[in-house]
Write a protein that binds this ligand. Structure first.
Ligand code: NAD
Length: 439
């Protein structure tokens, strides 16, 4: 089977490489010529564990191709996935301009039957709009007789574990409106069915909604736990204990109950906003989700507030080391990362900021330019520092050498935004330690 994936970002590239790994002939299409040139030259434009080896292997095996020219492949494929970005617009709606631009070029160039599948996260009703856009355009071209179907196949992979998530998904959700599309999508996902993963077929509107509802539920758990953590601090409880107690209930489960510096990334913030907007467009208010957003906005400031509190608001001129910049470990993605709010606030207060991240240093330059010092490692970042602030819990930050840090830092203060360190351990090395949700 020949397929194309339009949009070669985190989702498009991972999906394309994984489908090629299953033996399909895949072309990844993107309008970004420099990205396509990099990929053709064997370079991977994003950091994602395990991705480089499967991209290289399948590219060399001639199963994975890259192009900027959709027209050159559109009539040799049976499925076209749309995996372009759907960022927030100024009002918080999902900006669907890239989606419709792909739909337009599909309609302008297709000559044969095609199944057009939305893999991007799109508001309920978008796939139906793509269908009418293509149908209208084909009629305009006097090609109204060409048959096509649309389907929705939202993606649930997590950055940092994208390849394994794609290869071993909890479930695959597919929205279809007829048996022909169902049969093609069943064939596509047969290798996954062989491994007993669940492929859930449903109608297209429900499929589109499932993606938003899933992200909304995960974001809700995070904000809920951050709210509980903040209350724990006030009443003297320990949120790590509370989390274990709550998560051990099999009705609740352990995932996404970790308090921290707020959720970020390319999905939760924009998807929560878009779902609130969708509801408003239907005259309905998503009251829970508005609170989820409000809690998260406040939580993104918590490390800054703790620093102010510790230094009695006298932070001008301090040297602060920031460990971790990406929105979570395992990725270089900094979109809406809590580190951005924190660092901008520090810079506003004339703090000298020294940053280190194992994967996101290049990315960081587009956010902070020459306003921060880019360090070689956590020790370089902490040299002469008045405090360390841990924002992203990369594995390599788990067991730093506190003896060295105690010697090279000006003041021995650690603000732990992810609760990964042990207070007694740090105290034994002479550190003052503060984390989230404990007195
Ligand atoms: N990143 C994730 O973890 C994740 C997970 C699940 C779902 N999603 C959803 O998947 C979609 C893609 O997300 P992403 O993170 O991969 O985005 P991304 O920004 O990494 O990649 C999008 C790509 O689309 C390309 N593009 C834009 N307009 C185009 C056009 N007209 N033709 C061809 N290419 C075009 C861009 O150049 C870019 O390379 C979004 O809707 C997102 O919400 C993302």
């Amino acid at each position: 089977m020949n397929i194309a994936i339009v949009g070669t970002g985190y989702v498009g590239l991972v999906s394309g490489a994984c489908f090629a790994e299953m033996g399909l002939n895949v072309t990844c299409v993107d309008i970004d010529a420099s990205k396509i040139a990099l990929l053709k030259g064997g370079h991977i434009p994003i950091y994602e564990p395990g991705l480089k080896s499967i991209v290289t292997k399948n590219h060399e095996a001639n199963r994975l191709h890259f192009t900027t020219d959709l027209k050159s492949v559109i009539n040799d494929i049976s499925i076209l996935f749309i995996a372009v970005g759907t960022p927030s617009d100024d009002e918080g709606n999902a900006d669907l301009s890239a989606i419709y631009s792909v739909a337009e070029s599909v309609a302008e160039n297709m000559q044969n039957y095609l199944l057009v599948v939305t893999k991007s996260t799109v508001p309920v009703g978008t796939t139906a709009k793509i269908k009418s856009l293509i149908a209208d355009k084909l009629i305009e071209r006097n090609l109204g007789h060409i048959e096509f179907d649309v389907a929705s196949n939202p993606e649930f992979l997590k950055e940092g574990a994208a390849v394994s998530d794609f290869m071993s998904p909890d479930r695959v959700v597919v929205g279809v409106e007829n048996d022909r599309a169902k049969e093609i999508m069943s064939r596509l996902y047969r290798p996954f069915l062989l491994n007993n993963f669940r492929v859930l077929f449903m109608d297209i509107l429900s499929s589109e909604m499932t993606k938003y509802a899933s992200n909304a539920m995960l974001a809700t758990r995070i904000s809920f736990m951050n709210d509980i953590a903040n209350l724990c601090e006030l009443v003297g409880a320990d949120v790590s204990m509370v989390r274990r107690g709550v998560g051990s209930d099999s009705r609740i489960g352990k995932s996404f109950l970790y308090p921290g510096a707020g959720y970020g990334g390319s999905c939760f913030p924009k998807d929560i906003k878009a779902l609130i907007k969708t509801a408003q467009n239907y005259g309905y208010q998503m009251r829970v989700l508005k609170a989820v957003e409000e809690v998260n906005d406040l939580q993104k400031e918590i490390l800054f507030r703790k620093l102010l509190h510790y230094f009695d608001s006298q932070i001008e001129g301090l040297n602060i080391a920031v460990w971790g910049l990406s929105f979570k470990p395992g990725t270089n993605d900094m979109r809406d990362a809590p580190s951005i709010n924190l660092i901008n606030k520090l810079l506003d207060h004339q703090v000298n900021v020294r940053v280190y991240d194992p994967a996101a240093m290049e990315e960081a330059k587009s956010y902070f330019g020459d306003k921060v010092h880019y360090s070689a490692d956590i020790y370089d970042a902490s040299n002469n520092a008045d405090a360390v602030i841990l924002v992203t819990e990369w594995k390599e930050f788990r067991l730093p050498n506190w003896d060295i840090l105690a010697k090279i830092m000006r003041k021995q203060i650690v603000l732990d935004g992810r609760n990964i360190y042990n207070a007694e351990d740090l105290a034994s090395h002479g550190f003052t330690y503060t984390c989230i949700g404990k007195k």
